[in-house]
Design a protein around this ligand. Structure first.
Ligand SMILES: [Zn+2]
Ligand SMILES: [Zn+2]
Ligand SMILES: [Zn+2]
Length: 110
């Protein structure tokens, strides 16, 4: 019984973003606003990240729900590694997209 309670407590605790170190919960968007992309012929480019709610598919933002994975509110920046975030170049899931080299603060190098 005690073990089950311990596991439940761990699951309820919001996890921290590896990039901005904030706990993932509504109202705490990521501070990294851009991604560095590797495009055709090895060219690199920085683009603004796709904010929650701007995905081609609706993940709940239309109904006022926070991101189902990283918990940010509509219009806020996902935390890197979120399953919902899309690549601003090709529109597929960012997590695992071959274009994305790094998630960075605007203007910072790579
Ligand atoms: Zn973050
Ligand atoms: Zn998210
Ligand atoms: Zn891509």
């Amino acid at each position: 019984m005690r073990l089950i309670e311990t596991i439940a407590a761990v699951c309820r605790r919001p996890s921290r973003c590896p990039a901005c170190q904030q706990r993932m919960r509504p109202g705490y968007e990521c501070t990294r606003s851009h991604v560095v992309l590797r495009l055709e012929f090895g060219a690199e480019r920085q683009l603004p990240r796709v904010r929650y709610g701007n995905e081609r598919r609706d993940f709940g933002a239309g109904n006022g729900l926070p991101c189902p994975d990283c918990k940010v509110n509509a219009g806020e920046l996902h935390h890197p590694g979120c399953d919902v975030e899309r690549c601003p170049h090709c529109g597929v899931q960012s997590y695992g997209c071959e274009h994305i080299l790094a998630t960075v603060e605007c203007g910072s190098g790579r």
